[in-house]
Design a binder for this molecule. Structure first.
Ligand code: ADP
Ligand code: MG
Length: 238
C-alpha cells in the first residue's frame, strides 16, 4: 500500500502528547515525554532506540496493556482512556497480536496450547489445525507438545510469534521478535512477518535492534529522549 493511499484513511493507532512517568525509588522517571505517533492500516513501522529508551514501555501503552500518565491514545479509532482493562482486552481480542520481549508463554501449557489460547474466545472449529499450521510456519511443527521449558529461547520466541498471528489480527506489535534467533531463523521469521503484511495487510509495529529488519519496514522511527524521531530509512545501516 502506498503511503499516499494509506494516509487517506483513519489511523489504526493515534497517539498525541503521550507521556509515561514511573516512580523508581525516590525519583520520578519520565520514560515517555509528549510522544506523537500515527500508524495507518497496512503500514510496517520499525521502532529503534538504545536499551532503556522506553521501547517496551511504548509498545505496552500502544497495545493498551499499560496506561499512559498523560496524552491521548486511540486504537482502531477508539479512545483507550475511555475503556477499562476488560474493555481494552475486548477491543484487542482477535484484532491485535503481541510478541513480548520475554515471550510470556504460560509454563504449564504446551507450545500448541499456548498458540491456541487467543482462539479460545473466537468462533470456529478449525482451531487445532490453525494452531498446528502456525507452529509449522515458524518451523516448530515437530514441537507441538513441548512445554516452554523444554524449548530453547529461540523456539519459545517462535511460539510467541505463532500465538500473535494465529487469530489473523489486523495489527501486530512485536518487541525484538528476532532478538533470540540465529541469522537464518531470524530471516525466516522476518520473511513470514512481511509476507503477512503484504498478503493479509497486517499492520506491523516492530521494536528492533536488527537493522536488516528495520530496513524492510516502510518507516523507521527512533525513540530518543522520550519522543519519536522519523529516520530516513537509508540512514539505517545494513
Ligand atoms: N514500572 C517501572 N518502574 C520503574 N522503572 C521502569 C518501569 N518500567 C520501565 N522502567 C524503566 O524505564 C526505562 C525504559 O524501559 P523499557 O521500556 O523496558 O526500555 P527498552 O525496551 O527501550 O529497553 C528503563 O530505564 C526501565 O528500567
Ligand atoms: Mg525492551
Amino acid at each position: 500500500m502506498s503511503d499516499s493511499h494509506a494516509r487517506e484513511t483513519t489511523p489504526i493507532l493515534h497517539a498525541r502528547g503521550l507521556g509515561k512517568q514511573v516512580d523508581s525509588g525516590e525519583r520520578r522517571l519520565d520514560i515517555l515525554t509528549g510522544l506523537d505517533l500515527d500508524v495507518f492500516p497496512g503500514e510496517s513501522v520499525a521502532i529503534l532506540g538504545s536499551s532503556g529508551a522506553g521501547k517496551s514501555t511504548l509498545l505496552g501503552l500502544l497495545a493498551g496493556l499499560d496506561t499512559p500518565t498523560h496524552g491521548e491514545l486511540m486504537l482502531f479509532g477508539k479512545s483507550l482512556q475511555s475503556l477499562d482493562e476488560d474493555g481494552r482486552a475486548q477491543l484487542r481480542a482477535g484484532r491485535v497480536g503481541f510478541v513480548f520481549q520475554n515471550f510470556q508463554l504460560l509454563p504449564t501449557l504446551t507450545a500448541l496450547e499456548n498458540v491456541l489460547l487467543p482462539l479460545e474466545l473466537m468462533p470456529g472449529r478449525d482451531h487445532q489445525s490453525r494452531g498446528r499450521d502456525w507452529l509449522g510456519r515458524v518451523g516448530l511443527g515437530e514441537r507441538l507438545d513441548h512445554l516452554p521449558k523444554q524449548l530453547s529461547g529461540g523456539e519459545q520466541q517462535r511460539v510467541a510469534v505463532a500465538r500473535a498471528f494465529v487469530t489473523e489480527p489486523e495489527l501486530v506489535f512485536a518487541d525484538e521478535p528476532t532478538g533470540n534467533l540465529d541469522r537464518a531463523t531470524g530471516r525466516k521469521v522476518i520473511d513470514l512477518l512481511f509476507a503477512l503484511n503484504r498478503e493479509a495487510g497486517t499492520t506491523l509495529v516492530l521494536v528492533t535492534h536488527d537493522h536488516h529488519l528495520a530496513r524492510r519496514c516502510q518507516r523507521c522511527l527512533q525513540l530518543d529522549g522520550g519522543r519519536l524521531v522519523e529516520l530516513d530509512r537509508d540512514e539505517v545501516e545494513a
